[in-house]
Design a protein around this ligand. Structure first.
Ligand SMILES: [Zn+2]
Length: 287
């Protein structure tokens, strides 16, 4: 198997784990020699890099808002969150962060997590390593300039990223890759009522909920969404806080959900549509 031979020739310390990767993710074609300078793909036996949701033992979920900050909508959302003493995670587009650093600062000051969503929202899976590195570094720098702290999470635009990219990005930037398990498709502008019902119906403990603070109807949907999730006993934390609560998943399919605390709540159903787990997904939806 060519990939094995390359790794042994390389003679570096990752031989065993890399070989395991070769079995788990056989490359479609031989990689050029230069790719040996970065890991080939995620380490199956190493720390987990990518998260769609988290197995937790308490009723915790993470609200995430992508693509901002927006000059008008993000402050409105921050007001809503502050009134409820809720914290969320903002996956920031670097261009916007550079334009509105004061909004990023306010979000951080109010306890929200600020994370990297690239500089210009491209499909990273179709870019060169150097292009991806520039996208991430510029945004990392813009966030750091705004709030004085480096982000530790990346959400690739559209959830689109290859296994090899995830691995080297984790090595180079230290980022964990955050996707989502609840997607109300709010970018299709279905109306605030639909955004609320989709989120409420799909969310379970440990969920990572995707929304966009650049659409008016999404922000309008949030009070009812928060009310209904809170009525089910769910509590909001940042993504990093949720990750820190992670427990090993019990065996069995879809065994990640702990029961919701409140018995009066409507039943928690797994999403009727498949939860988004796009390793390389279509860029049709502006996530
Ligand atoms: Zn996005």
């Amino acid at each position: 198997m060519p990939v094995f031979r390359l790794f042994f020739v390389c003679g570096l310390c990752l031989c065993l784990t890399e070989a395991a990767i070769g079995q788990a993710n056989p490359p479609a074609r031989s990689e050029p020699a230069r790719s040996l300078s970065v890991p080939a793909s995620p380490l199956p036996s190493g720390p987990k890099i990518t998260f769609n949701s988290v197995h937790v033992e308490g009723p915790y979920v993470a609200m995430t808002f992508d693509d901002g900050p927006s000059a008008t909508l993000t402050p409105k959302l921050l007001d809503l969150l502050a009134a409820r003493r809720m914290r969320a995670t903002f996956f920031i587009v670097g261009e916007n962060a550079a334009e509105y650093p004061e909004i990023v600062r306010r979000a951080a000051r109010e306890g929200h997590e600020i994370a990297n969503h690239s500089w210009s929202h491209p499909n990273l899976s179709k870019m060169s390593d150097e292009g991806v590195r520039r996208e991430l570094q510029k945004t990392d720098d813009a966030i750091t300039a705004a709030i004085g702290v480096r982000p530790t999470l990346l959400r690739p635009p559209y959830g689109s990223i290859t296994a090899r990219q995830k691995s080297w990005i984790n090595e180079v930037f230290g980022y964990r890759i955050i996707i989502w398990d609840v997607d109300p498709l709010d970018w299709k502008r279905p109306g605030s009522g639909v955004v609320t019902s989709r989120i409420v119906n799909e969310t379970k403990p440990g969920s990572i909920i995707l929304a966009h603070d650049i659409h008016p109807a999404t922000v309008e949907a949030m009070p009812a969404t928060f009310d209904q999730l809170e009525a089910r006993g769910l509590k909001f934390v940042t993504v990093s806080e949720l990750l820190a609560m992670a427990r090993p998943s019990p065996p069995g399919p879809d065994a990640t959900a702990a029961p919701v605390a409140r018995p009066a709540a409507p039943p928690v159903q797994p999403p009727a549509s498949a939860p988004a787990a796009p390793v390389v997904s279509s860029p049709a939806g502006p996530n």
